[in-house]
Write a protein that binds this ligand. Structure first.
Ligand SMILES: C[S@@+](CC[C@H](N)C(=O)[O-])C[C@H]1O[C@@H](n2cnc3c(N)ncnc32)[C@H](O)[C@@H]1O
Length: 295
């Protein structure tokens, strides 16, 4: 294959035999992909020519094997925007291409909200949803436990020309932050949650998806503007968290007249076959918005 094609763009080239082959900012990477339980479409020579391979260890961690080091300033373009990349020790790059459809939906949903709308992004990671909502014109509060990850999201904001956008960058435990906002009587027009299976707040607060999601959504219900246009987007990459599981969880957000629910799988197109790689699920709840609630 032509190495120069789409040099700076993210592309999923192929997936199969429990791995995926991606082209990210000019580098070819192989990463584990347990859901790819089908044969690879591209020949072995394409896979073998990868610049770096992430090997997962039996004990849960993993490591990169480099055949070519990523450049110091490594970026890729996805959805027409630039993203800072890092080959992290746990195999992430800081870029979740399966969220692209959600980011587009968020930008459109925010544009349909009243001017000056406030939105909240919980477990906000490297800022994809935050920046989509900022682009749509919202005042966004971005909450994540990890200082380094919030600084990475701010780098993405700069790369995308959004350093001046009204984003509040908050390093805090999600549950603590939400309870404090409730006590302050704050309300938001839009909420985005992308919770991990397991996580820790900055001072060790434990987050467990199965046991804590329901409580968090209960608090979120009270943080939503009580009337008028509003939305909630929930996504997860955890086994068992199917579209219907997420939709049922979101149904606990009060269904005022006109509220609509939609859910589906998040996917990434595989260039070699034109088929889609499933990569997590989402559910969306919206009220009084003219935006399509479907996937
Ligand atoms: C975006 S989520 C995970 C994305 C994806 N759903 C997955 O499961 O791989 C991960 C983010 O949540 C943050 N996080 C985890 N526990 C947290 C907590 N208790 N409060 C705030 N942020 C937390 C982490 O710092 C990380 O940036």
């Amino acid at each position: 294959m032509d190495k120069r094609a789409n040099h700076d763009t993210y592309r999923l080239l192929d997936a199969g035999a429990e791995a995926k082959l991606e082209e990210v900012g000019g580098l070819r990477l192989v990463r584990p992909c347990p859901q790819a339980v089908w044969p690879r479409a591209l020949p072995a020579k394409d896979w073998d020519a990868a610049d770096a391979v992430y090997h997962r260890s039996e004990t849960g961690g993993g490591q990169w094997e480099y055949r070519r080091q990523p450049p110091a300033e490594w970026t890729a373009s996805l959805g027409g925007h630039s993203w800072q990349l890092k080959a992290t020790g746990f195999g992430h790059l800081g870029l979740f291409p399966e969220q692209l459809t959600q980011w587009r939906w968020l930008e459109t949903a925010v544009r349909a909200l009243p001017a000056g709308a406030r939105t909240l992004n919980l477990f906000a990671y490297t800022g994809g949803s935050t920046l989509a909502m900022a682009r749509g014109g919202a005042e966004v509060t971005h909450v994540d436990a990890a200082r380094g990850v919030v600084s990475w999201a701010r780098d993405n904001a700069k790369l995308q020309g959004l350093e001046g956008a009204p984003v509040h960058w908050v390093i805090e435990d999600v549950m603590k932050f939400c309870h404090r906002e409730l006590r302050r009587g704050r309300h938001y027009h839009g909420l985005v949650l992308d919770p991990p299976s397991f996580g820790r707040g900055p001072t060790g607060e434990l987050w467990k998806l199965e046991s804590d999601l329901s409580d968090l959504l209960g608090v979120c219900r009270d943080l939503l503007e009580p009337a008028g246009p509003a939305f909630v987007l929930l996504s997860a990459h955890s086994p068992g968290f199917s579209p219907l599981v997420l939709e049922n969880a979101l149904a606990a957000v009060p269904g005022a007249a006109g509220a609509r629910l939609a859910s589906g799988e998040m996917t990434v197109p595989m260039a070699a076959t034109g088929r889609s790689l499933p990569s997590g699920c989402f559910a969306r709840w919206c009220r009084g918005l003219t935006v399509d609630s479907g996937g």
